[in-house]
Write a protein that binds this ligand. Sequence first.
Ligand code: GDP
Ligand code: MG
Length: 178
Amino acid sequence: PAPEPQPTIPRVKLVLLGDSGVGKSCLVLRYVRRQFDPQSQVTVGAAFMSHSVHLPDGSTVKFEIWDTAGQERYASLAPLYYRGAAAAAIVYDITNPDSFQKAKHWVGELKKNAGDNIVIVLVGNKSDLVENRVISIEDGEELASQHSMLFAETSAKTAAGVSTVFELIAQKFASPAA
Ligand code: GDP
Ligand code: MG
């Protein structure tokens, strides 16, 4: 039989933003390699990973995932980093109120400087640390809805919610299956 025509696969530049230590690198590692390394910090320095998401409807989206190797401390580098990004994941740590404030800062920064059409997902990570939770799910949902962002809570440690984050974004870019 003749091969089916292959649709072009959308490529999406996805940047990870958020305070140092919230778990950005662990989230990428969990998603792309299905691993969690509690001593990750330095070893996960890979700044760029490519990964395809296959959605239940049969469509595929190819992510180019940009993770900072610690440069999140240098605000002046940020515009270079998110330039041309079609999507951003703003990550905070549900046990760390400062990281939630920082997430609000990133929302403002993206709304001001990134394209109007950028797809943003707000991610509350470390949901496994139940005893230490400071930021409620409702707090996260409220911030997300105020700024038309997607929202998910995750644990890079247990993998809870991690694939949801990437699938939520991918759905925004998938060409509908024929
Ligand atoms: P980044 O600076 O945002 O890239 O943060 P990292 O990915 O390097 O993670 C910072 C620290 O948080 C590391 O010690 C990780 O082991 C820990 N960590 C990351 N994600 C989770 C999580 O979901 N649960 C728990 N308990 N620890 C996490
Ligand atoms: Mg990191």
